[in-house]
Design a binder for this molecule. Sequence first.
Ligand code: SF4
Length: 457
Amino acid sequence: MISSGQNVCFVTPPSQGKSVVRDYAGGLGFEADSGYILPPLDNLQMAACIQNTFKVSLIDAQAEGLSVEQLCKKLKDTNINLVICEFSVPTLDSDIACAITIAQHGIIVVVKINTKETSILMKILASGSIRLCLIDECEDILTDIMLGHDTRGTAQLSNGEVRIVDKPFIDDLDALPFPRRDLSLNYCYSYPKLGECTTLLSSRGCPFACRYYCPYPMTQGRKWRFRSSESVVKELAEIRQLGIKRILFRDPVFSMEPDRVTEMCAAMMDQGIDLEWWCETRADLLPDDLIDLMARAGCKGINVGVESGDPALRFSKLKRGVSDDVLKGVADKTAEVGIKLAFLLMVGFPGETRSSVLATAALLQCCRPYSIGIGFPVHHPGTQLEKDAIEKGWIVQSDYQLTDGSLPVLAGPGLSPTEMVEGRDLLLQLFNAISANNAEAEHLLMNNIKTWSQGNP
Ligand code: SF4
């Protein structure tokens, strides 16, 4: 496509007022509820992988608040030959419009998007302005793709049809260079619960059965692949040298192998790497001694997927293995060592009833997490939930761009969309009373939820 030595710019397109984190939802992208944005880690990683062959730069038009015209002017002013534009599903239409405008300025456009859904790829490629889509993990061969020597991991239009060339996931993650964070130092990124920060990926993939609805096992693979603790700690030291003080680990299951985290924490303390950090993992992979050590190594918070307080639902499809006892144990231990625990919840999964919402309320009362996030279930493209939702007619909102979890888009057996909103709002009110230590309001709200749960399902 281009020759060595030419200018490649990695671009996050403007997001039309939305705050989209493009590596959320397994790289499909998700709108962050409280308006924050995170570093474009995929772009920074890809930039590091091709920097020895091309001149690389980065523009985050979302972080900089640029219009498409302002973005194009910057690209022209710096003689960019090829742009790699990171698309997300919630911003698909505006991303396509942006890419078309860039191409009209005579710049080759390549799109990075983590889906193999042919209707989405066709929509992107049919514009005729986009050379190809990078759809698999292809950092290790990206230079060859750019030089036109390889097509693995890409989708292109061929005789009017989307032609996908698959590529296996990368096995040796330690072989990848560290992301070029220096390219993004002018931008301000933060995670509200942690503050100004950068992000880091120390492992990829997830083998758990919640892949029924969760896109990570689809986009990162069902095999958990990990970097050595030595490699991760070396990157942490480099981050500290850049003057960054906080890290959000973006691994889907950070403590999949507790021994690896133990090694990382021990090395951080030995080497005096004083970073504050936050991670996401499963509650059943957090033994007490590990929580202790994580706190001493700077961990400030942990997000755990809970989804529903209804154990039957949790054990069937949502979080097999994560019992109420496990959650209570982790809640107590994290509170003891000063780690903030966040419960990630859903309301309205097919099969969930008003009684399930009452069970979620009771679990919140019992565990008293530091924070909660509540979304509505989403039929992410390519998941089994999407296939079932199509087959069984559960989809009430089919526009992928509205599937950011803030609106009910599915109505399966159980709660109606109106009940989902009611249930979510009641849980949020209850949680506010719990975190304010307002016993009277908490009691009143529990009674309200009990009464609501006895209404018509
Ligand atoms: S454990 Fe987490 S990342 Fe893995 S499938 Fe379940 S929800 Fe997704």
